[in-house]
Design a protein around this ligand. Structure first.
Ligand code: GLC
Ligand code: CA
Length: 563
């Protein structure tokens, strides 16, 4: 017979075992994932547009900054209405980026550098130039049901869309098709018809897309716009939100209770998880993109998403948020992560303003520091590691449909072009991005001083901070320690990670725009003397300096990590 004590010990042993096993198979845990926007990373052909061979030539940079994986935004055949997020062929490379051989070379080199490769999976829609859509218009089986088709509503003898649903890029989400004599639904641009997941054959098709890339050595996917996947089949009008201040054409005026976050979406995610799990080799990672409530977000873990992307740094917190608001949002999120699952922190991406612009250049390093010291995965957008800023793009230069469709009065609040300009490698022609002086989006004029080559030489730079941060992710207290978020005095945010027998790791961020003196030792229960591990570029705090934590002088908007 087993004694109670032995029994407990055994259970303890089993739990310990499986937790450890998880950490060892889930290679992405406590690591950095680096997002590449391929049009803007590196041009190898001189046409002013980035490409696969360009990425391959710069993989050393991604290894150098200590990322574990790169996620590449769409590289598939596309008319580029939404710059690759409108796909005509899900299993081939657009000639602008290269071909499948170039992709294989990229994967081979990435693996040799110890980097995993993730692709963007765009399941919600295809391009209207996709052969499936052409066949759907002609009602050729099984394609006739691959999209969301509805009859017109006839009001006083005139044809109208079936309901009031609005597309994310302005205007009705319904487009009339003369040939089929029906409307089709598009959550995004007119050129991005939504796929119909009530049709099982369609999902089989998409599972084959996953298998195609898994067979080509891909280690996982970021799933695009997942919460838009399925629509309520009653096609009812969505309720209007009062006083948004937005024009009636803007999707922000509607409560998306019928077009987003539908329950059956999660079941589809699970079917894809099964495809990933059936793939041999290292465990495959699934990142899901949904700008949604915390309840809907957490639900994705149950259906096989490893990293339901956490957008709090873009959506909930902004430059004027207080330290207390940061504490609340971070605690709330961490307390909701299911047992055994990993948190994640998205610092920037191709859909939002640059972090250095959202929070200001002085605070460009802060969010990456928070994303590093907190448990989980830090997701970094290319260019943010050197503190790239939004470029000013005129109405005439604007190409993003989110900007173009909003018109000249409003485009600068909706266009994503400013955060998508080419990577600033050095101070040569077109910032070393291309040999062409004309690039698909204009190079930021600050490239002469703000570029990677300069930051490698500078005594303090965003690049150097980031390198320290990716190394810090491996510290025992940061991997496995306890986490406390503390508001230190007035408007200073403190985060402390502790692990018995190991060095504490402490982050302090001054949210005030003035010098602030704090007794962090008392507020945070940390040793009286600690060393500066890294500090925000504009703070002028010296790395390696020994600090009395009972009286720290924090320069305006400075952030510092102590060990
Ligand atoms: C996602 C992408 C965005 C794209 C949209 C439609 O939000 O990140 O760039 O426009 O989906 O595919
Ligand atoms: Ca959809």
């Amino acid at each position: 017979m087993l004694h109670a004590q032995t029994f407990l010990f055994l259970i303890g042993g089993i739990i310990l075992c499986s937790a450890e096993e998880k950490t060892s198979t889930e290679w992405w845990r406590n690591n950095f994932i680096y997002q590449i926007y391929p049009l803007s990373f590196k041009d190898s052909t001189g046409d002013g547009v980035g490409d696969l061979n360009g990425i391959t030539s710069k993989l050393e940079h991604i290894a150098d900054i200590g990322a574990s994986a790169l996620w590449i935004s769409p590289i598939y055949v596309s008319p580029m209405v939404d710059f690759g997020y409108d796909i005509t062929n899900f299993t081939d490379i657009d000639p602008v980026f290269g071909n499948l051989d170039d992709f294989s070379k990229l994967v081979t080199k990435a693996k040799s550098l110890g980097l995993k490769v993730l692709l963007d999976f765009v399941p919600n829609h295809s391009s209207d130039k996709c052969s499936w859509f052409t066949k759907s218009i002609q009602k050729i089986k099984p394609y006739d049901e691959y999209y969301i088709w509805k009859d017109a509503k006839i009001v006083n003898g005139t044809r109208q869309p079936p309901n009031n649903w609005l597309g994310a890029f302005q205007g009705s989400a319904w487009e009339w098709n003369e040939q089929r004599q029906q409307y089709y639904y598009h959550a995004f641009a007119v050129g991005q018809p939504d796929l119909n997941y009530r049709n099982p054959q369609l999902n089989e098709e998409m599972k084959n897309v996953l298998r195609f890339w898994l067979n080509r050595g891909v280690d996982g996917f970021r799933v695009d716009a997942i919460h838009y996947l399925i629509e309520d089949s009653r096609f009812l009008d969505e309720p209007k939100i009062a006083n948004t201040g937005l024009p009636d054409t803007d999707a922000g005026t509607l409560e998306h209770i019928y077009t987003c976050n539908q329950k059956t979406t999660y079941d589809i995610v699970k079917t894809w998880r099964d495809v990933l799990d059936a793939s041999p080799g290292p465990k495959k990672v699934f990142l899901t993109e949904a700008y949604t409530s915390i309840d809907y977000l957490m639900e994705y873990y149950k259906y096989g998403s490893n990293l339901p992307m956490n957008f709090m740094f873009m959506e909930d917190l902004r430059a004027n948020s207080t330290a207390l608001e940061f504490k609340y949002k971070i605690d709330r999120y961490l307390n909701r992560i299911p047992n055994g699952q990993s948190a994640n922190w998205v610092v920037g991406n191709h859909d939002k303003f640059r972090v250095a612009t959202r929070f200001g250049p002085k605070r460009a390093d802060q969010l990456t520091m928070i994303a590093t010291i907190l448990p989980g995965v830090a997701i970094i957008y290319n260019g943010d590691e050197i503190g790239m800023e939004n470029n000013i793009i005129s109405w005439e230069e604007t190409v993003d449909p989110a900007g173009c469709n909003a018109g000249p009065e409003r485009y600068n609040t909706t266009s994503r072009d400013p955060a998508r300009t080419p990577f600033q490698w050095d101070d040569t022609v077109s910032a070393g991005f291309s040999t062409n002086t004309k690039t698909w989006l204009p190079i930021h004029p600050n490239y002469k001083t703000l570029n990677l080559a300069a930051q490698k030489l500078a005594p303090a730079s965003h690049y150097k901070v980031l390198k320290k941060l990716s190394a810090l992710k491996k510290y025992p207290a940061v991997k496995d320690g306890s986490t406390e978020i503390i508001v230190v005095g007035y408007n200073v945010l403190g985060i402390v990670r502790r692990l018995p027998g190991k060095s504490h790791v402490v982050l302090l961020i001054n949210f005030n725009d003035s010098m602030t003196v704090v007794d962090a030792a008392s507020w945070m229960n940390i040793p009286d003397k600690m060393n500066v591990y890294t500090a925000s570029v504009h703070s002028n705090i010296q790395v390696g300096e020994s600090i009395n934590t009972n009286e720290i002088n924090l320069p305006p908007a400075a952030s510092v990590i102590l060990t």
